[in-house]
Every structure is written in structure tokens, then in C-alpha cells.
Design a protein around this ligand. Structure first.
Ligand code: GA4
Length: 328
């Protein structure tokens, strides 16, 4: 496995940084230590040799592309995202807008089967592709969470993964399509950095962990405290992993939930598939005792996922949610 040291490469307008890559086929204890380091420094890393079969990814990608290729009025036959369903430009319920269309699906098999009827002309094929993808990425998420517990020296190795293995786990799949946005003549005069429109605005993910995969079109950027916005080079053979707000809370602030955004491309269409690993609504968010020490007292008040989610949906996309739960 490799965790590249951050090398800053100055190009004309943007700063590129080599982000950590973890090879899951490596030595387990080294892998777990590297994952912890990446989560502490970046809240973000790339996983290769992840074990998710290629055909499962390919089928999911094909079903997503088939859906987004449909005429707009066909896509609108899918119930509008509230939060599950089809959405175009509107994100959440508080006026956030982006140059994106998406499908937001609960990972509950019955809900997928029901919604597939309006999403696909072959609903059984669509639900089976989503079901297989969801199970495979959930396994990957659980494996990563167990490795994190090991690297953090938390004796209860499944303290994090147990939450998403639970039958009532509130996990989601989001399929995002960013259509190409050709430059207008007025944009051509501006600097190259200003030519891309915001597809999905700056935010952190509220859940535990996000497993993200995109096609070979760039657009994702992450925010590093000492490096500003950093573009993430697309790599369809790997998955990107984002630390979410809950994992920041469960590690008492040791891991950072990474702020990220997606920009559109002026000539290519970008498609990303994200799995958000969330706990059951009534689960109290556990902070393992090893995370709290006399020098690192508890940072957050106790809360359930339902309470946190309610707060998240009451705020704007870019707002800080964890701030509401900090100890006085
Ligand atoms: C960000 C991560 C996931 O895409 C998401 C988003 C959700 C939505 O699009 O409905 C939210 C956003 C996300 C965080 C704050 C709230 C809720 C939009 C929004 C303004 C599905 C999620 O769980 O939280």
C-alpha cells in the first residue's frame, strides 16, 4: 500500500496534491495505520484492490447511464426527491441549487424494488444492479471501518461497522449526473478557474463514511485546511472514501469530515455513484472510551442519528452541522 506524501505541484491556476492511496491487499496492520493517518490528515483517501467486482460496478454504471439518458419528462415520472427520488438542480429543502441531476435511493430492498418501476423499463434488472452494488460497497465500508477501529486501537473492532450492518441502517445510494455545460462567450474571457459551474456545492457528508466512484471525468475537489481547494484526479478503477460528520464525532474529532464540492465540465458529462453509510435512526452515536482522555475531553454532546439528520435537513448544504452538537 502507498500513502503518498503530499507533493504540491503548481500548474497555471490550480494546486494539485497527491492524495493518500491505500492498497487493501497490503499488510493489515500497516493498512490500518495508513488509513488512520489519512483520516486524520485529510478525511479522504483512495482505495485500490478494494474487492468490489468489476461487473457489479459496470452493471450499476450502465443502469445509471440508461436512466440519465432518458428524456427529461420520462425522468420526471420518478417521484421527486423528498429526499428519495429524482432531483434536478434542487438539493435539499432550503434553496440549494447545483448543475446536477440525481437519483437518491434508500438501500432498503423493498423501497428500491418499488422505485425501480418508474426508473427503469426493466425494473428487475435495475433493482438487482443496485442491490448487488449496495451490498458490495457496504462490505467495503464495513471492512474499512473495522480497519479504522484497529488502527485507532479500539478493542471493540466492530463498534463502527455494526451500525451499518444493522437491518435498520439508514444508508443511501446517490447517482449524480453532471451534464456538460458549454462555455458561454462571456465565460471565455474569464480565467480558466472560473469556467466551471458548481455542480454540487461545498459541504461535508453527514453520515459515517461515503464510498464514492466516478467515471473518468474530473470535477471533484476537496478542501484541505493548509492547501485550499484541491482537484481530485478521476480514477474509475478505485473508490474514494470520505470521512463523514458522524465519524468525526465518533472519533471525538480525531478524524476530520472532509469538505468537498463538484464542478461541472464544459464538454464531458460526469457521473458519480456514492454510497453513504448511515446508522439506524434511533442509534445513539457511540464514542469509544479510548477516544476520550484527560487531554482530549468529549467534544460533542450525545445524540442520535435521527436528531443529527433533522438538524442537517434544517440547514443549508454548506453549513456546519457538528457545531450544533459541540459541548459548551
Ligand atoms: C449531503 C450528502 C448526501 O448527498 C445527502 C445530501 C442531502 C440531500 O441532498 O438531500 C442534504 C446534504 C446531504 C446535507 C444537508 C442537507 C441534506 C441536502 C441538504 C441541504 C443525501 C445527505 O444525506 O446529506
Amino acid at each position: 500500500m502507498v500513502v503518498a506524501s503530499p507533493t504540491k505541484i503548481h500548474s497555471e491556476e490550480v494546486l494539485a496534491i497527491e492524495l493518500p492511496t491505500v492498497d487493501l491487499s497490503g499488510d493489515r496492520s500497516m493498512v490500518s495505520n495508513l488509513i488512520v493517518k489519512a483520516c486524520e490528515e485529510y478525511g479522504f483517501f483512495k482505495v485500490k484492490n478494494h474487492g468490489v467486482p468489476h461487473d457489479i460496478i459496470a452493471k450499476m454504471e450502465k443502469e445509471s447511464l440508461n436512466f440519465f439518458a432518458k428524456p427529461f419528462d420520462e425522468k420526471q415520472k420518478v417521484e421527486l426527491a423528498k429526499p428519495f427520488g429524482y432531483g434536478c438542480k434542487n438539493i435539499g429543502f432550503n434553496g440549494d441549487i447545483g448543475e446536477v441531476e440525481y437519483l437518491l435511493l434508500s438501500t432498503n430492498p423493498l423501497s428500491i424494488a418499488e422505485r425501480s418501476k418508474t426508473i427503469s423499463n426493466d425494473p428487475a434488472k435495475f433493482s438487482s444492479a443496485v442491490g448487488a452494488y449496495m451490498e458490495a460497497v457496504r462490505e467495503l465500508a464495513c471492512e474499512l471501518l473495522d480497519l479504522m477501529a484497529e488502527g485507532l486501537r479500539v478493542p471493540d473492532r466492530s463498534v463502527f461497522s455494526r451500525l451499518i450492518r444493522d437491518v435498520d441502517s439508514d444508508s443511501l445510494i446517490r447517482l449524480n449526473h453532471y451534464p456538460p455545460l458549454p462555455l458561454l462567450s462571456k465565460d471565455k474571457d474569464s480565467s480558466p478557474c472560473n469556467q466551471n459551474k458548481v455542480g454540487f456545492g461545498e459541504h461535508s457528508d453527514p453520515q459515517i463514511l461515503t464510498i464514492l466512484r466516478s467515471n473518468d471525468v474530473g470535477g471533484l475537489q476537496i478542501f484541505l485546511n493548509d492547501g485550499g481547494w484541491v482537484p481530485v484526479k478521476p480514477d474509475p478503477a478505485t473508490f474514494w472514501v470520505n470521512v463523514g460528520d458522524l465519524l468525526q464525532a465518533m472519533t471525538n474529532g480525531r478524524f476530520v469530515s472532509v469538505r468537498h464540492k463538484a464542478l461541472t465540465n464544459s464538454y464531458k458529462s460526469r457521473m458519480s455513484m456514492a454510497y453513504f453509510a448511515g446508522p439506524p435512526p434511533n442509534a445513539r452515536i457511540p464514542v469509544p472510551p479510548e477516544m476520550i482522555t484527560p487531554t482530549k475531553p468529549a467534544l460533542y454532546k450525545p445524540f442520535t442519528w435521527a436528531e443529527f439528520k433533522k438538524a442537517a435537513y434544517a440547514l443549508r448544504l454548506g453549513d456546519s452541522r457538528l457545531g450544533l452538537f459541540r459541548m459548551e
